[in-house]
Design a protein around this ligand. Structure first.
Ligand code: DAH
Length: 339
């Protein structure tokens, strides 16, 4: 065996070639699956144990020599088939990986929270699985109110008193129970409604709730706060408040912003009116204050609630809600602002 190894070593050392085919043949002869090295390794298994140490070393010497020869000959040959790495510059820095972008809903949520934090609002959150009290009763929903209906609300089967919250207004109840005014908070979160899925409705979406309670807070304070928001977020300076109804506010209103009618798209999204409905709001009903342990004779306040999906749709003229959760990068990449 030693003789063979010596002979092969000599052959390997003497071998020289530049053309690819010859180098490949050399490789097959020595290092191929049925090559001489493999034969020797087979033979190695049969030699007496006391020779194994020295023979093993000799064999490895040959193997290393074969590899070194192939590498040195191939190095002169770019794109050599036997060595896919030759011709590559392994010291070259890797290209930058693709950087993802924040989801448009996350961007808009942050933007809205930032706008309110600039005027002293802080952020709070509450549970998505809530009891009836915080979602309905504490907010002055009469027992027979349709919003409690099975069609709208997901009930927890094992405990019918527990529901998936249908709005973030539940968090205001918790906040009022936990602290005394002044309260100036915004409450973002996920909400759930048992609705058929379509391009405009889905069982789960996001809202931001706002609450401001102190002595002497008036409807005018609410209007000015919401006007500030409309200017900051939409860059629109004209709003209107239309009378509306919510069990937890009195009086209640819906706020529209004047979007304008400057383009065909404006006509489409405002249905030809120029106005867009943005949010619901109102003065917190004294019953709601009382129920949460706040003295309605001393304090007053306003609340508002808006849907993040809706506002984002208006902002970017997205016309199908499903875009938000399909995770198509062609869609998501269009929102590559780093906020
Ligand atoms: N909770 C209402 C909804 O989900 C939105 C809302 C309206 C919240 C008026 C408020 C409010 O705080 O004052 O449709």
């Amino acid at each position: 065996m030693q003789d063979k190894i010596n002979a092969y070593l000599g052959e390997v050392e003497a071998f020289d070639a530049t053309d690819e085919a010859a180098i490949e043949q050399f490789r097959i002869k020595f290092a191929g699956r049925k090559g001489l090295l493999n034969d020797l390794f087979e033979e190695f298994k049969t030699i007496p144990n006391d020779q194994k140490k020295i023979m093993g070393q000799e064999l490895n010497k040959l193997k290393t020599a074969v590899q070194a020869k192939i590498e040195s000959l191939s190095a002169g040959n770019d794109n050599h088939a036997s060595s896919p790495l030759s011709g590559l510059d392994l010291t070259r820095p890797a290209g930058a990986g693709e950087v993802g972008t924040r989801h448009p809903l996350s961007q808009v949520r942050k933007e809205i929270l930032d706008i309110f934090s600039r005027i002293g609002f802080t952020v709070e959150d509450g549970p998505e699985i809530e009891d009836d009290w915080h979602v309905f009763s504490g907010l002055n929903f009469p027992p027979e109110h349709p919003a409690r209906d099975m069609q709208d609300t997901f009930f927890i089967e094992k405990n019918p008193d527990m529901v998936l919250r249908t709005h973030t207004s539940s968090v205001q109840v918790r906040a009022m129970e936990n602290s005394q005014p002044p309260l100036r908070i915004v409450m973002p979160g996920r909400v759930f409604r048992n609705e058929a899925i379509s391009s405009r409705a889905h069982c789960q979406f996001h809202q931001i709730e706002g609450l401001y309670i102190d002595e002497g807070v008036s409807f005018a304070d609410m209007k000015q706060t919401l006007l500030y928001f409309a200017k900051e977020f939409f860059g629109k300076a004209k709003i209107r408040l239309r009378p509306s109804y919510f069990p937890f506010t009195e009086p209640s209103a819906e706020m529209d912003v004047y979007w304008g009618l400057n383009s065909e798209a404006d006509y489409r999204i405002t249905k030809g009116t120029g106005w867009l409905e943005i949010l619901g709001c109102g003065m917190v009903d004294p019953n709601v204050l009382q129920a949460s342990g706040i003295d309605p004779l001393k304090y007053s306040g306003f609340a508002f609630g808006m849907g993040i999906e809706r506002i984002t749709m208006l902002r970017y003229q997205i016309d199908d809600l499903r875009m938000y959760f399909e995770n198509d990068v062609r869609f998501l990449k269009q929102f590559n602002r780093l906020v």
